[in-house]
Design a protein around this ligand. Structure first.
Ligand code: NDP
Length: 274
């Protein structure tokens, strides 16, 4: 009898998690099944409980339920607690729910391992102060960057994050234009601007020499941010497909205790045109 896992979201038809986890299971010889569940916008908790009662062992959680997943978790990992959002649930035998957040670890692994870009001592600019940005701040600070700056349209939201994470490291915050004249080695777009084919109002000249432009969004074409970076002379342009696969691998590891090989899965998704 296989163990059951699922990704839950709304919408969910676009999710690549079933393809990724099936490939991980095949590769590591795990007897498991993985499905996609569409939950009504007002029916997240009911859908999770139903899956748990059916004998489900764990779930991935995607938009717009990461906050609700945080609320229904009976225990949290430190990184989920810091992110105040949960993308991975692990059910235990006593109906308890462990909530984890693997997004930040996925991002760091993609940057450091897959891209061979070391974050320590680099100047890093994180764009955005929403759920995705919140989830990557602690993992970024743990890599000891020289500077971590957060730029956001609504400056106050970045300041709230600065205060929340002040005991973990020094963070600068501001509007995009406040960083005019500064140069960064790694710039990460964690806004939802790319979803609307928009570019956050970054000043020109913000990329240091040999810098990396990282967009946590992915698609067939370069995002507006990656196109801007290219025009500014950046050659290391990275989209979020690697982060997606790495965060999935981190969830898989939490559930199964085995770390799958990610490189081939990233290549497979790229070949499929994502
Ligand atoms: P939120 O809605 O919580 O936050 C949105 C953020 O984007 C805010 O900081 C907002 O600024 C900013 N923003 C939106 N539009 C613009 C714009 N035109 N210019 C500048 N800033 C803008 O979203 P999330 O943080 O949850 O998600 C962000 C993105 O991350 C999504 O596209 C999501 O798909 C992606 N993601 C990818 C993952 C992966 O594995 N690759 C994992 C998790 C998320 P303001 O505060 O001023 O409104």
């Amino acid at each position: 009898m296989p163990d059951f896992y699922a990704v839950i979201g709304n919408p969910i038809h676009h999710s690549k998690s079933p393809i990724i986890h099936k490939e991980f299971a095949r590769q590591t010889h795990q007897n498991m099944q993985y499905e996609a569940i569409l939950a009504p916008l007002d029916g997240f908790e009911t859908a999770v409980k139903r899956f748990q009662q059916r004998g489900g062992k764990g779930m991935n959680v995607t938009l717009p339920f990461k906050l609700e997943a945080y609320v229904i978790s009976t225990r949290l990992t430190d990184r989920a607690n810091a992110a105040q959002a949960v993308n991975t649930l692990k059910f235990d035998e006593n109906h308890g729910i462990l909530g984890d957040n693997t997004d930040g670890a996925g991002l760091i692994r993609d940057i450091e391992v897959n891209q061979s870009v070391v974050i320590a001592d680099k100047s890093v600019l994180l764009m955005g102060a929403g759920g995705a940005a919140r989830g990557v701040i602690l993992p970024l600070l743990e890599q000891r960057p020289r500077i971590l700056a957060i730029a956001n349209r609504t400056k106050e939201k970045a300041q709230v994050l600065q205060e929340q994470f002040s005991s973990h490291g020094n963070i600068l915050t501001g509007h995009y234009q406040d960083f005019s004249g500064e140069r960064f080695d790694i710039i990460i777009n964690a806004t939802s601007a790319s979803l609307h084919d928009e570019l956050p109002p970054l000043p020109t000249g913000i990329f240091a020499e040999k810098s990396t432009a990282y967009d946590i969004m992915y698609g067939k074409e370069l995002t507006p941010f990656l196109r801007f970076a290219k025009q500014q002379g950046v050659s290391n342009l990275v989209d979020g497909i690697g982060m997606l696969v790495e965060q999935a691998a981190e969830s898989f590891f939490l559930w199964r205790g085995v770390r799958p090989e990610t490189r081939k899965v990233i290549e497979m998704l790229r070949k499929k045109g994502q």
